[in-house]
Design a binder for this molecule. Structure first.
Ligand SMILES: Cc1cc2nc3c(=O)[nH]c(=O)nc-3n(C[C@H](O)[C@H](O)[C@H](O)COP(=O)(O)OP(=O)(O)OC[C@H]3O[C@@H](n4cnc5c(N)ncnc54)[C@H](O)[C@@H]3O)c2cc1C
Length: 344
């Protein structure tokens, strides 16, 4: 079987890259081990403009968000939703209010509140907060639909990819019955642990999330303070998350479940019931400078990487999948801040 590119991994990165390459007339196959370690399966898929304790805007956020909105709407998985970031302390309040008043942030700010109950009487937002224009992305649907497409094209190998099975020659690479011009690693944090790109400065971070049923009143926005709670209707919620840099085992822990539920309950000014439906853990493919890793291996020219999407894959991936495809097909230079050549 002769193709242009063999993609390793069908998470958010591999799925959108497969689509971008197909749109450019490229023949592709994808090898995926059944989402065994997919961060994309665990993520809530939130797009939140102001993040972190300092309320910073991701670099190029307006441009990335606008493209993601267009592309993910075409795919039927973009859900525009406001996000209510409640201030956790006075320092956050001061920073948040300052940022919200800056012209660059204006398109994403719907309202700033200064005290409890201004937006919704049932919340514990005693310091107020910022209501932002955000979204969440139905990642499960995106992944499932792309998988169906790959299966019907006969382009999916539901297998584990192992570099020791690859032969490299002047014509390209051979993996089992597949001959390809190159391999593109879209294998999430696994690239940090083994393979040709393990030399890059990765900082993978584990996170957990809980799906639950609750009698908490549903809200028309995502709740956000330290973590988040996404209302899914009919008493269903998704809540997360935490950051851990040790023990990257994808195993949910009882201690985190208790913490997430405590935080969820803490958003509401009344007692609320909680019934856990699912509890999952995943590892974010984070990088030392919080920017993705795209490009070609410095000495192995057949090996490429589209990875390092970190905690904001939904914001980066739609734009970068197009840029990566242009780079692979037409050698168009990558944006320097995401090009892996920034690390010698
Ligand atoms: C708890 C949590 C919450 C998050 N919340 C958000 C959020 O709200 N918003 C947001 O934008 N992002 C969020 N993220 C981050 C987001 O999940 C990632 O940025 C993005 O999904 C990464 O996609 P990826 O395709 O690069 O990697 P992955 O989704 O990890 O996909 C890699 C794929 O490769 C496969 N694979 C790996 N090795 C092999 C192999 N050897 N052979 C075959 N297949 C292989 C894996 O099984 C998987 O299917 C969150 C992450 C976590 C863990």
């Amino acid at each position: 079987m002769q193709v242009d590119f063999l993609i390793v991994g069908q998470g958010l990165a591999g799925s959108l890259l497969a689509q971008a390459l197909r749109a450019r007339g490229q023949r592709i196959v994808v090898v995926d081990d059944g989402w065994k370690s997919a961060s994309s399966q665990v993520a809530a898929g939130l797009m939140t403009p102001l993040t972190g304790r300092r309320f910073t805007l991701t670099p190029s956020y307006p441009e990335l968000f606008a493209f993601a909105e267009r592309r993910l709407t075409e795919l039927g998985v973009f859900r525009p939703t406001s996000v209510y970031r409640m201030f956790a302390d006075d320092e956050q309040k001061e920073k948040g209010q300052k940022r919200a008043a800056m012209p660059a942030y204006a398109p994403f700010i719907e309202r700033v509140t200064t005290g409890q109950g201004e937006l919704d009487a049932g919340l514990t937002d005693s310091l107020g907060g910022v209501l932002m224009r955000g979204a969440w992305v139905d990642l499960k649907r995106l992944l499932a639909e792309e998988r169906t497409r790959l299966e019907s094209d006969g382009a999916l190998f539901a297998e584990s990819f192992d570099l020791s099975e690859v032969q490299t020659g002047p014509e390209g690479v051979v993996w089992r019955t597949v001959q390809a011009r190159g391999v593109v690693y879209c294998d999430g944090y696994k690239s940090a642990q083994r393979g040709p790109f393990a030399y890059l400065p990765w900082q993978p971070a584990k996170g957990e999330a809980v799906s639950l049923r609750s009698d908490a009143p549903q809200k028309p926005f995502i709740l956000n303070r330290e973590g988040w709670a996404l209302p899914l209707g009919e008493g269903r919620w998704r809540t997360g998350t935490n950051w851990a840099w040790e023990g990257l085992d994808e195993q949910p822990t009882q201690a985190q479940q208790e913490k997430l539920i405590r935080r969820f309950r803490g958003y509401f000014g009344q007692e609320v019931s909680v019934e856990v439906i699912a509890h999952v853990a995943g590892v974010r493919p984070c990088t030392s400078d919080n920017l993705p890793f795209l490009g070609t291996h410095p000495t192995e020219s057949r090996y490429h990487l589209f990875n390092g999407l970190g905690p904001r894959g939904t914001v980066w991936a739609p734009t970068l999948a197009e840029e990566m495809a242009e780079y692979l097909v037409s050698a168009k230079p990558l944006r320097p801040d995401c090009d892996l050549r920034r690390f010698a």
